[in-house]
Design a protein around this ligand. Structure first.
Ligand code: ADP
Length: 172
């Protein structure tokens, strides 16, 4: 699987599946979540509500992933995953890695060839950017999916993108 770092807006990515840094309610929020619902239109929220009414009555647990339509986005699917809130006193990085791993597994099951990820938990959820990048790249480099041939980590602003490049070089 090819792994690339891209600076940009995740809602504009021409890929088969876009990962959403959702919250467990699946009913929308700020950051990436807000942008995806705004640009993708009401069809995504309608499917999220249906998921809450069926499989995820109590919300999507942290670390898990589930797909819906991508509505009006260029992608075919949105894969919603719930990152952990950063904690200085509790080790939650396995949950963060689970988000990347489980989203990739869902993408693979759907038959997606390309997947774009945001930097999960690194916004409102407060995860330190360098470590968030390290967790993302560690999982994505270690996984060999059957169908997904490209994973893209999409960094929203220049500073985050540059930090991500440095982390990638150090891990190489
Ligand atoms: P979380 O609640 O998991 O922390 P956020 O959506 O608040 O998720 O932020 C995750 C990361 O995504 C942050 O680095 C934030 O700057 C970035 N981000 C926000 N909007 C977009 C967007 N439209 N495209 C790509 N990245 C975005």
């Amino acid at each position: 699987m090819e792994l690339t770092l891209v600076q940009g807006d995740i809602t504009a990515q021409q890929v088969d599946a876009v990962v959403n840094a959702a919250n467990s309610s699946l009913l929308g929020g700020g950051g990436v979540d807000g942008a995806i619902h705004r640009r993708g239109g009401p069809e995504i929220l309608a499917e999220c509500r249906a998921l809450r009414a069926s499989r995820y009555g109590r919300g999507l647990p942290t670390g898990q992933a589930v797909a819906t339509t991508a509505g009006l986005l260029p992608a075919r699917w949105v894969i919603h995953t719930v990152g952990p809130v950063w904690s200085a006193s509790e080790e939650r990085s396995e949950l963060l890695r689970a988000c990347y791993r489980n989203s990739l597994a869902v993408a693979d099951e759907l038959g997606a060839a390309s997947v774009a990820y945001p930097l999960i938990s690194a916004g409102v959820y407060g995860w330190p950017v360098e470590d968030a990048v390290r967790q993302a790249l560690t999982v994505l480099r270690a996984t060999t999916p059957a169908r997904v041939t490209e994973a893209r980590l999409v960094l929203f602003d220049t500073g985050t993108y540059e930090t991500a490049q440095q982390v990638a070089l150090r891990l190489a």
